[in-house]
Design a protein around this ligand. Structure first.
Ligand SMILES: NC(=O)c1ccc[n+]([C@@H]2O[C@H](COP(=O)([O-])OP(=O)(O)OC[C@H]3O[C@@H](n4cnc5c(N)ncnc54)[C@H](O)[C@@H]3O)[C@@H](O)[C@H]2O)c1
Length: 248
């Protein structure tokens, strides 16, 4: 049976858990030769054991840009066709007490590191006419109460995606982003709503499907599509998978 990524070399960040893990498993099943990366080395080893092809396992810290560049050097040692930026961090809470330090941390981990990895990967992707798929969020497309820093960081991912797509389209490199709604992962399971939130504000954009929460595999499916030649005419676009959350 034909597979999507035969002979393709890819880097997947955030692969120790959740959406990154599901995407690594999916891409390996499609024949990709992968470097999987995260700050959680034990989680990466668990993911590696679930994959159909043994990956290269690489620790890094998204908040440390030298570490991001070193990661790309390792992943691109034999060439690089696909980069999936999936690592991310969620912290939220009422804005009157949200610290500027946490705001900066979310911007560094969720946004600046994505730019740094895209920048470091670009010389390799220009050679391979490769593809980048970033992870934004429905928080990139609307205001979300109590979630200002995360939402700002994901708006930044959308801007990075669109701007780079225009800059590199003529050179044949495609760059898109996925905007998941609620996905059942450790991020959402381990980050309960903070004290003092107004639930009416929180739920005004709930998913509309009967079971509107996504599984990580639902998002991995979109990563596989966008990273493959099936999406050859898609670039600079934001693809929402949210159970109808943003429909109105
Ligand atoms: N779960 C959701 O509802 C949802 C919705 C929209 C977008 N997203 C985005 O999807 C992506 C994956 O999230 P998930 O839900 O799978 O969460 P997750 O917590 O299961 O996975 C995130 C991974 O990122 C890694 N990570 C965090 N900080 C890091 C750092 N400084 N350096 C290296 N790795 C780091 C974590 O170790 C973890 O393995 C994130 O970018 C997240 O913002 C998630």
């Amino acid at each position: 049976m034909a597979v999507l990524f035969a002979g393709k070399k890819g880097l997947i960040t955030g692969a120790a858990s959740g959406i990154g893990r599901a995407t690594a498993i999916r891409f390996a099943a499609e024949g990709a030769e992968l470097t999987i990366a995260d700050r959680n080395l034990a989680g990466l080893e668990e993911t590696a054991a679930m994959m159909a092809r043994t990956p290269r396992v690489q620790g890094y810290d998204a908040a440390d840009y030298a570490s991001c560049r070193a990661l790309v050097d390792v992943a691109a040692a034999d060439g690089l066709d696909i980069v999936c930026n999936i690592a991310g961090l969620l912290k939220w809470g009422p804005s009157d007490s949200f610290s500027a330090e946490d705001f900066d941390l979310l911007m560094h981990v969720n946004a600046t590191s994505v730019f740094v990895i895209c920048q470091a990967a670009m010389p390799h992707l220009l050679k391979s006419r490769g593809v980048i798929v970033n992870t934004a969020s429905t928080a990139a497309l609307q205001g979300q109460p109590y979630n200002i820093a995360y939402s700002a960081s994901k708006h930044a991912v959308a801007a990075i995606t669109r701007g780079l797509a225009i800059e590199y389209a003529a050179a044949g490199v495609r760059i898109n982003a996925i905007c998941p709604g609620h996905v059942v992962t450790p991020m959402t399971q381990n980050t309960p709503p903070p004290e003092g939130v107004d639930w009416a504000l929180m739920m005004r954009n709930a998913p509309k499907l009967l079971d509107g929460s996504c599984e990580p595999e639902d998002i991995a499916e979109m990563f596989a599509f966008l990273a493959s030649d099936k999406a050859r005419k898609a670039t600079g676009a934001l693809f929402t998978v949210d159970g109808g959350q943003l429909a109105g």
